[in-house]
Design a binder for this molecule. Structure first.
Ligand SMILES: [Zn+2]
Length: 100
């Protein structure tokens, strides 16, 4: 899995940015990160927008991927804070995770 790291302050993001939201620097390096992380927080969605209705109920999870990077994604397995999860696929514009 690839991320972009600000060359000035180390801020990490999964998507390219015109400038770093932390320090406004404009140069980034591509870095490889592990595809596993820990659940930092989550919310259970029972009534989903039409696009995701068939998947409900599901969880919107915030996954701590590295010290500096948290990723918002989706899971349809039961989760708890601190659970170890793995990036499964990029589907319909969303990051999908599964338990390790
Ligand atoms: Zn920066």
């Amino acid at each position: 899995m690839q991320a972009y790291q600000c060359r000035h302050c180390g801020y990490e993001s999964l998507t390219t940015k015109y400038y770093c939201p932390k320090c406004r620097h404009t140069e980034f390096s591509k870095v490889n990160i592990n595809e596993t992380g820990d659940i930092y927080s989550y919310t259970t969605i029972h009534i989903a927008p039409p696009k995701f209705a068939e998947h409900a109920p599901y969880h919107v999870v915030l996954v701590q991927m590295t010290d500096r990077l948290r990723v918002t994604g989706y899971m349809n397995q039961d989760v708890n804070i601190g659970d170890r999860v793995r990036f499964k696929e990029f589907s319909e514009g969303a990051y999908v995770f599964e338990k390790v």
